[in-house]
Design a protein around this ligand. Structure first.
Ligand SMILES: [Zn+2]
Ligand SMILES: [Zn+2]
Length: 367
């Protein structure tokens, strides 16, 4: 095959490898050599162009590697720079052309990367199948977008997604998102809901939904442990027991007061005093949105304390067989069977005491 001819080079503010999501947010320039300028004729007709460039800082390749989400993939199933030909293709948005210079966004090339080709992006297939493409990405890793947001520190995008689960915006949810994003960046470990990453939360209020969403550790996947201390604090840990505990600083209440604005007094009015008029609820929702996004703009170090700690990790959740209650016929985890009057019964049919987790914390419901 013919050797590649360098047609130009990239001018970017990144001299060293960085997070591609972050790089793509910046403006870059592609400088085409004078002898190739005529080849840019009518390039302004395209909004999106494909740029073929070289990874000038990458040496060698791996056929299998860990991609940014932590998944293991083949090099040709990834966008890793460590590939046999060190060639990259990225679709960018063309902002304007000035003679030999193209101003673009969306380019994840380092400063001085050699450019080998440029062509209009052909998205005819993608346009028709964008929903299917998105679905297939999320099937291969449901947390792909969440991980991208964590790595790029996009707490505003995470807050919007977390609110889809939480149901409303509030300062607590925002604090949970903020603290959990920090913790996930710090621990550099991906959560796949298989109990390899464990979260211990010390509260069951709004904050814990932000933590569950961002860390991916939830009650349902047994990666969330609840210690009923009533403290706005949580610990995140890998299986090796090396964890980080994040709690709120004593004077953080005063610091976040301004960002919270009138949210707390409105919350009092609607929730505690049960004033459920449409107008008051609408105002509470509006204040919730404003205060949640205002919290995200605050200084992390003025709200939270971070400690590195050793954590006692419970063993993986056992998988119990299901047994059927001899009175109601419903299936029960074997560990919750009550033997009473020579019958295997569920707790309600046996009328026995049990533990319940609700807004009051964990309490025993005595029979
Ligand atoms: Zn809330
Ligand atoms: Zn029963």
């Amino acid at each position: 095959m013919k050797t590649l001819t360098e047609i130009g080079f990239v001018k970017s503010s990144f001299d060293e490898p960085a997070n591609p999501t972050e790089m793509k947010k910046h403006i870059s320039f592609i400088n085409i050599k004078k002898e190739f300028e005529e080849g840019l004729f009518k390039i302004e007709d395209s909004i999106y162009i494909d740029v073929v460039f070289g990874f000038n800082k990458s040496e060698g390749f791996d056929l299998k590697l860990n991609i940014f989400t932590g998944e293991r993939k083949g090099v040709f199933a990834s966008r890793s720079p460590r590939r046999p030909n060190s060639l990259a293709i990225t679709t960018v948005k063309l902002i304007e052309r000035n003679g030999c210079e193209l101003k673009v966004t969306g380019l994840d090339a380092l400063n001085n990367s050699p450019v080998f080709d440029i062509k209009p992006c052909d998205n005819s297939l993608i346009e028709k199948n964008s929903e299917a493409i998105n679905a297939s990405k999320l099937k291969s890793n449901p947390r792909k977008q969440i991980i991208s947001h964590i790595l790029a520190g996009e707490t505003d995008k995470l807050l919007i997604k977390a609110a889809q689960m939480h149901g409303h915006y509030c300062p607590g949810l925002a604090m949970g998102v903020m603290a959990a994003t920090f913790a996930m960046q710090k621990i550099k470990f991906r959560s796949d809901g298989m109990e390899d990453l464990i979260v211990i939360t010390e509260t069951n209020n709004c904050v814990s939904d932000g933590i569950q969403f961002v860390t991916g550790c939830s009650f349902g996947n047994n990666a969330l442990i609840f210690k009923d201390f009533g403290k706005t604090a949580f610990t995140i840990s890998k299986r090796d027991g090396k964890g980080i505990r994040i709690s709120t600083l004593p004077d953080s209440q005063e610091y976040i007061r301004q960002a919270k604005g009138k949210f707390s007094s409105q919350f009092e009015k609607v929730i505690k005093k049960q004033n459920h008029s449409d107008q008051e609820i609408a105002l509470l929702k509006k204040l919730g949105i404003e205060s949640a996004f205002a919290i995200l703009k605050l200084d992390f170090d003025k709200i939270f304390k971070v400690e590195e700690i050793e954590v006692e990790i419970p063993s993986y959740a056992p998988s119990y067989e299901s047994i059927f209650c001899e009175t109601c016929g419903e299936s029960i985890m074997a560990s919750r069977i009550i033997n009473k009057n020579e019958k295997k019964l569920c707790i309600p049919c046996a009328n026995e005491s049990y533990f319940q987790l609700d807004g009051h914390g964990i309490s025993e419901i005595r029979k």
